[in-house]
Design a protein. Structure first.
Length: 367
């Protein structure tokens, strides 16, 4: 928030600042105008008294106008108009008394109504004060509404990302628990215990990481290794994983669990379909100012139309969620491409800005 917006948002501070500045400005302009006439030096004291009287008399208007804002338009108009006129009359009386008692040394007018001479000028001045008050008040209301809209939009945006992030595939949990159950029935308790431990660590990582914040790629790799160790228990030698991670990319910031749904999709629709199993290649490289993440398999492949996999191969909400998360986090600064892998299989490429955490070793080396 800019300094001006902070000042506007602080109603008390803003009122007294503008209120005092306005009446000081009135005194300065009035004093400069006196140079056009041959006025004695005591006139400056009269100007200061008049400005101070205006400063005091308009303070109650603030609280009256606050009350007026809660009334119907007609009642508000009547209350504001009456208050403005009454304040202008009192200020006119004070100004004339100051002028006659101080500048004209005890002059007394012949008629009582002379005490309210030049009321129209006072009305104009108090009217300007009233217009300024309501103008700033409306600006504050608009600014507050804007802030509320932005806050609501931000909260909705974060909630949407969290919803997408926490939509774990129930098939993965079902298959994992089923595999653990099978291991227990086969009395392979140590393997089952290790699998439960890995599942626990993976779920803890999945739920603990804030989906709004990005994490270093090395943490994602560790989480993927936990996930793949679970799957390797199910597929044994049928699942092979090849890592090709460029060293400098390990500190790059990525959305948490952005690759897991892609790998899960490859296992479900590629590895599990091959009698002898298959291979998944996972790579991370830098390209200019971008980070390139690739996941490919050597499965039977699938037909790709308009960059989209058929519903039968898209893995339900998994790949769709990745697209939405990338769009929400990076807007137009990313790409998500699905293509054929050669000689067989599917390849998914993600391009996002290459950013590293402030306390990473790469950042320190650059400095």
């Amino acid at each position: 928030m800019h300094k001006w917006e902070k000042l506007v948002d602080s109603q008390e501070r803003l009122f007294w600042t503008l209120h005092t500045a306005g009446w000081c400005g009135f005194a300065i302009v009035y004093y400069i105008g006196s140079f056009l006439q041959d006025m004695r030096s005591i006139w400056l004291f009269v100007i200061i008294l008049n400005a101070y009287a205006g400063w005091l008399l308009t303070i109650p208007l603030r609280y009256i106008y606050r009350k007026a804002l809660t009334l119907t338009p007609l009642k508000m108009f009547i209350l504001v108009g009456a208050s403005l006129y009454f304040t202008a009359l009192i200020w006119t009386l004070v100004k004339n008394v100051n002028n006659w008692e101080i500048y004209k040394k005890g002059y007394r007018p012949e008629e009582w109504y002379w005490y309210f001479k030049d009321t129209i000028n006072s009305l104009i001045m108090i009217g300007c004060w009233t217009g300024g008050y309501f103008g700033v008040k409306n600006y504050q209301m608009l600014l507050r509404e804007k802030q509320n809209v932005l806050k609501a939009s931000s909260m909705a945006h974060q909630a949407h990302i969290k919803m997408l992030r926490y939509q774990l595939n129930p098939h993965f949990l079902f298959n994992t628990l089923n595999a653990i159950s099978t291991l227990i029935l086969m009395k392979e308790n140590k393997t089952a215990e290790a699998m439960v431990s890995r599942l626990s660590d993976f779920l803890r990582y999945s739920l603990d990481k804030d989906p709004i914040r990005r994490v270093p790629l090395i943490q994602e790799i560790q989480a993927l290794e936990l996930y793949l160790e679970i799957e390797e228990v199910r597929f044994e030698d049928r699942l092979k994983v090849v890592w090709d991670i460029e060293e400098k990319t390990k500190s790059a910031l990525v959305p948490s669990l952005i690759l897991q749904p892609i790998i899960e999709n490859s296992i479900k629709f590629a590895i599990s379909k091959l009698e002898d199993g298959g291979c998944i290649n996972i790579s991370a490289k830098t390209f200019g100012r971008d980070l390139m993440l690739n996941v490919s398999d050597n499965g039977p492949g699938a037909e790709i139309k308009n960059g989209q996999l058929p519903v039968s191969r898209s893995g339900g909400v998994g790949l769709h969620n990745i697209k939405e998360r990338l769009e929400a986090l990076y807007i137009n600064k990313h790409s998500f491409v699905i293509s054929h892998n050669y000689p067989t299989g599917i390849k998914v490429n993600i391009r996002i800005p290459y950013e590293i955490s402030e306390n990473s070793s790469d950042k320190k080396n650059e400095n």
